[in-house]
Design a protein around this ligand. Structure first.
Ligand code: GUN
Ligand code: ZN
Length: 433
């Protein structure tokens, strides 16, 4: 049972907008001794404890987390739940990695019991890492999506997922057809989209594994269901880009394949976006599509360096994606650490506040969910994370020497992992994991 009123006392940090790399941005709200007041699973107020404690409703429970930091629940805008059992697979880049490891692993999801077992582990792992919302790939099997949504619904999570559409250039055992993929997606949309906190994403894997007929069917689904998501990959790897050029010679670019099939619009999320030109970036901005920046995956597969500053300058929405199993961690602190290093390599800079923005409010904006999640504005769903400043001896020692909030958060991001997450709350209730 959800208790009506709960107040959480700790240091509290959230963002009201994009802080850029300004360490004193007015978009940063922070209280060293703060209070987050939750009523029936929604944020009622947030502010300094000494002020808010005086106005607490009678009978409101106060939960204290001394020397810990509360931030909004983190958002993973691109991840594959079926790839858990092949995470950290050695030695390949994208196309041979898919053939050698990914496809054989995904084959097992025709078995609903297997899918349910993996979905349960996956969601528990997300929560243990402080991720409360994700945009998730299933497999080609509709059972994979049923299993995922059943578990997400049981946990009352805000999740988005979809069945993969794939009708060529992959093993036959993973292929659907344009018609079957359309019918299965439609059934899943009718069953799950808008149920509780769940939403559906039409999910063509990537241009090489769909015929033009299948991409057209995906476009038809989007026109029939205007508020579902579109989730795919684009321009991750140079061999992949060359392959798409040969498969779709009439398209101006890889991204243009999706544009020509009317797949780009608000709530379209494209993972990677590493090898796009200025016209592509303008197209993403004009159509309201979002890029999922997947730093861990991009380093692991040797795919390339995403230029955060350039995409921001061009007005493209950006979220952070773990892209597990090509990414090697669900943890958004670990992904922020990789994001910082990617940015260093491309000659830029990524402050800890900027990384936090990507993992929270910017992700919510990429998913068009910033009216519901992403920070602690009044009325938002109370999904949040408690970060432990003392989770390892090294972090504890390093943070003693930190002189500013930024220094503290930056060191925590560079050194932290799942041990730094002391609790995850879903609509004001502590999640078990
Ligand atoms: N491109 C097409 N499929 C995949 C996938 O499963 N993972 C990644 N990283 N890229 C892809
Ligand atoms: Zn991916």
């Amino acid at each position: 049972m959800q208790s009506k009123c709960k107040a959480f006392r700790a240091s509290i940090l959230h963002l009201l907008g994009d802080p850029e790399n300004d360490l004193d941005s007015e978009k940063i709200e922070y209280w060293e001794d703060g209070l987050l007041l939750i009523v029936e699973g929604y944020v009622k107020s947030v502010g300094p404890a000494e002020v808010l404690l005086k106005t607490l409703p009678e009978g409101c429970e106060v939960i204290e987390y001394p020397n810990q930091l509360i931030i909004p629940g983190m958002i993973d805008t691109h991840v594959h739940y079926p790839q858990i059992d092949m995470i950290a697979a050695y030695g390949e880049q994208l196309l041979t990695w898919l053939e050698s490891y990914t496809f054989p692993t995904e084959k097992q999801f025709s078995d609903k019991a297997h899918a349910a077992d993996v979905a349960q582990f996956f969601l528990s792992e997300l929560l243990r890492n402080g991720t409360t919302t994700a945009l998730v790939f299933g497999t080609v099997h509709p059972e994979s999506v049923d299993a995922f949504f059943e578990e997400a619904e049981r946990l009352d999570l805000r999740m988005i997922a979809g069945k993969v559409l794939m009708d060529r250039n992959c093993p036959e055992y993973l292929q659907d057809t344009p018609e079957q993929g359309y019918e299965d997606s439609k059934t899943l949309i009718e069953k799950w989209h808008g149920k509780g906190r769940l939403s559906y994403a039409v999910t063509p894997r990537f241009a090489p594994t769909s015929t033009p007929e299948q991409l057209a069917k995906a476009g038809q689904l989007l026109s029939e269901y205007p508020d579902v998501y579109m989730h795919t990959h684009v321009a991750e790897n140079k061999d992949e880009v060359a392959w798409v050029e040969s498969l779709f010679p009439e398209s101006r670019s890889y991204l243009d394949v999706y544009q020509q099939h009317e797949l780009l619009r608000p709530r379209s999320v494209l993972a990677h976006c590493l090898h796009l030109d200025d016209d592509d970036k303008k197209c993403m901005s004009d159509t309201g599509s979002a890029a999922a920046f997947c730093p861990s995956s991009n380093l692991f597969l040797g795919s390339g360096l995403f230029d955060v500053a350039d995409f921001k300058e061009k007005g493209v929405r950006i979220g952070m994606g773990s892209d597990v199993g090509a990414g090697t961690s669900f943890n958004m602190l670990r992904n922020s650490s990789d994001a910082y290093k990617v940015t260093q390599l491309s000659g830029g800079k990524l402050s800890a506040f900027q990384a936090l923005y990507l993992a929270t409010l910017s992700g919510a904006k990429a998913l068009y969910l910033d009216d519901k999640i992403g920070n602690f504005e009044q009325g938002k769903e109370a999904d949040f994370v408690v970060l432990n400043y003392d989770s390892t001896p090294l972090i504890k020692r390093r943070l003693k020497a930190a002189t500013t909030l930024h220094d503290k958060l930056f060191a925590l991001m560079m050194l932290g992992d799942d041990r730094s997450i002391s609790a995850t709350y879903i609509k004001g209730e502590q999640a078990k994991f």
